[in-house]
Design a protein around this ligand. Structure first.
Ligand code: PEP
Length: 250
């Protein structure tokens, strides 16, 4: 059975004091939920977050990592560094990394392999841009993103993969894919994985939706059969909103 997951990507927001306040609020208000709840603070606050959430079920995850073991990569963070502070899940391929930091499918494939080699869990993000959707190329783009970064993996690696479908036109824009559009794409993703591997792998992988999920649309989006939760940006920065979204998981 695949897991339900709600993850908050805090991006470059919240200094240490703000991080501690938000984590305290989230821990205090966390409802009883079937979902695995995760938060991704900025790198400099990861250790503090791990410490703060020691006795909470909320998992601290990283927003990114480099593919090299170590070396002359100024400003970068390795898998071992994350593992060393107790972080063993990492987001790879966020659209902001692709758009602003030149992360190509080829680089992302290397990052995925590096994280899996250390037995980390990977939350792999992908999704089409507005022009792709307008021109009807969205399925083709999503299929190629999956193929280029993930389809060389052994079948056994898939137990460590979480997928986050995030149409770029819906991220931080207030515009959400309709629940039907999300379901249609998630079903397509499962079919694509079935074709590349098998139904077992396709049915066991959690596929999150990301893109302007808010308290007022979470229930409907999460009710779709192939949507296993969400990756939440803006709304995860406000404790009451994030908690309301978590409550949207049936
Ligand atoms: C994201 O950045 O992954 C995201 C989904 O952001 P938002 O919820 O703000 O659209």
């Amino acid at each position: 059975m695949r897991s339900k997951i709600v993850a908050g990507n805090w991006k470059m927001n919240k200094d240490l004091a703000e991080t501690e306040v938000l984590l305290a609020e989230l821990s205090a208000k966390l409802p009883d939920t079937k979902a695995e709840v995760m938060v991704a603070p900025t790198f400099v606050n990861l250790s503090a977050a791990v410490d703060k959430l020691k006795s909470s079920s909320i998992e601290v995850i990283a927003q990114n990592m480099h593919f090299a073991e170590n070396g002359a990569y100024t400003g970068e963070i390795s898998a071992n560094m994350l593992l060393g502070i107790g972080v063993d899940t990492v987001i790879i391929g966020h659209s902001e990394r692709r758009a602003y930091f030149g992360e190509t499918d080829e680089i992302l494939a290397k990052k995925v392999v590096a994280a899996l080699a250390k037995n980390m869990r990977v939350m792999f993000c992908f999704g089409e841009e507005l022009e792709d959707r307008k021109s009807g190329n969205h399925f083709k783009i999503v299929e190629s993103q999956l193929k280029n970064a993930l389809f060389s993996l052994d079948a056994s690696a898939w137990s460590k993969i979480i997928l986050a479908y995030e149409p770029v036109w819906a991220i931080g824009t207030g515009e959400t894919a309709s629940p039907e559009q999300a379901q249609e794409m998630h079903a397509f993703i499962r079919k694509t994985i079935t074709n590349a591997y098998d139904t077992g792998i396709a049915n066991n992988v959690s596929i999150l939706y990301g893109g302007s999920v808010k308290p007022n649309n979470a229930v409907e989006i999460f009710s779709k059969p192939d949507v296993d939760g969400g990756l939440i940006g803006g709304a995860s920065l406000v404790a009451d909103d994030f908690i309301a979204i978590i409550k949207g998981i049936a």
